[in-house]
Design a protein around this ligand. Structure first.
Ligand code: ADP
Length: 292
């Protein structure tokens, strides 16, 4: 269990990136959802020992992550937002090199580990290709391979799917979900579908504050039966709805506006009930937070 207590961080210049975040994170996939600037990377960097908080603590079982950086690094797999690679090295050479840096000095043990990880991340056929020629998705999968090198107990993945095409994203998410259930995996993202497809537990942060925490299903319960939709043909009709109802979001569908609103009872007037999804929770929570 990863236990985070009251973490705060203010950057020089005065930006309050974290305003007292506390979270209990069990083994399995945990989604940390929030818009850009919410404080996700700041939190990920603190957990990855790259940044010190101003106050607060983080423990993985009994290990104090902030006080014991060296021990923490040995059981940590971290995939940063931008994973830099040596463009002129092949995947297999760089992974072997990183394995040496992690202290895996026995040749045959290292070979077995590196080859296994290249297969697990579906990079076996690309192992001799220079990393400079890798696509975004291939680089992210290589990032996971290196994050798994030390048999980590805590895996931190910061905004991994931004910029991936749908097929690459799919492959990447499948890879993440195949990682053991005994490991704490934190996936930070602003993409709601990453969390709803993959994570058994989640939290939402904005402006350095924790807004919700629970399973995606629990958060959906809070708005069940209160989301309604209608296809709207004109801008004038859409604007009239925005004035009179609580609009959650508007999506274009074939050039028409599909408006989703939050309402305790049916708004009538052509609206039909629709199953709430995590994106509804996300937009509603953010708009309530902004109004406060
Ligand atoms: P997210 O990962 O959710 O996009 P960040 O943790 O990167 O959010 O940023 C949170 C806030 O802190 C933002 O307002 C951002 O501009 C600010 N910030 C991030 N890094 C720094 C830094 N090194 N110096 C000053 N401000 C920063």
């Amino acid at each position: 269990m990863l236990s985070i207590q009251n973490l705060t961080k203010t950057y020089p210049g005065g930006v309050r990136a974290l305003r007292g975040i506390s979270l209990e994170i069990p083994p399995g996939m945990f989604g940390l959802l929030g818009p850009n600037g919410a404080g996700k990377s700041t939190l990920m960097k603190i957990l990855a020992t790259l940044l010190d908080p101003d106050t607060g603590s983080a423990h993985l079982d009994s290990l104090d992550l902030i006080a014991n950086k060296n021990t923490t690094r040995q059981l940590l797999g971290y995939l940063p937002q931008e994973f830099g690679v040596y463009p002129k090295m092949s995947a297999i050479d760089l992974l072997s090199h990183l394995a040496v840096m992690k202290g895996i000095t026995n040749r045959s043990e290292r070979k077995e580990l590196v080859e296994g990880l290249l297969q697990q991340t579906n990079l076996w056929d690309l192992r001799k290709k220079n990393l400079g020629g890798f696509s975004g998705g291939m680089k992210q999968r290589f990032g996971i391979a290196q994050a798994l090198l030390a048999n980590p107990k805590l895996i931190i993945v910061d905004e991994p799917t931004a910029g991936l095409d749908p097929a690459e994203r799919n492959r990447f998410l499948n890879l993440l979900s195949s990682i053991g259930q005994n490991v704490v995996v934190i996936l930070s993202t602003h993409i709601v579908d990453d969390v709803s497809e993959l994570c058994s537990r989640m939290a939402m942060i904005s402006n350095g504050e924790l807004l919700i925490e629970g399973s995606p299903a629990q958060t959906l319960e809070t708005i069940k039966g209160r989301v309604w939709t209608k296809i709207v043909k004109t801008d004038a009709e859409r604007e009239a709805i925005e004035k009179s109802l609580h609009v959650i979001s508007t999506h274009l569908v074939g050039g028409l506006h599909a408006v989703r609103v939050y309402s305790e009872s049916s708004p009538g007037d052509g609206f039909t009930a629709i199953d709430a999804d995590l994106e509804d929770v996300y937009f509603l929570t953010l708009s309530r937070h902004e109004r406060n």
